[in-house]
Design a protein around this ligand. Structure first.
Ligand SMILES: [Zn+2]
Length: 60
């Protein structure tokens, strides 16, 4: 039997929501990852002083 379903690489869910960096994620893990990316991205901007330092960045 070769009934291999695409599974979320984090939790193993078969309800795939997005492929990020070539890896499948379900909605829960995918949105968590996207949020993490955004927070990281904003932190970098802040560090480079591209956005004002009084802008609050949420914790991932
Ligand atoms: Zn998942």
């Amino acid at each position: 039997m070769s009934n291999e379903k695409t599974r979320c690489i984090v939790c193993g869910s078969t309800r795939i929501y997005a492929i990020i960096d070539g890896k499948p994620y379900c909605f829960k893990c995918g949105s968590k990852l996207v949020r993490l990316h955004i927070v990281k991205f904003l932190s970098n901007l802040k560090r480079e002083k591209l956005i004002p330092s009084n802008i609050e960045i949420p914790e991932p």
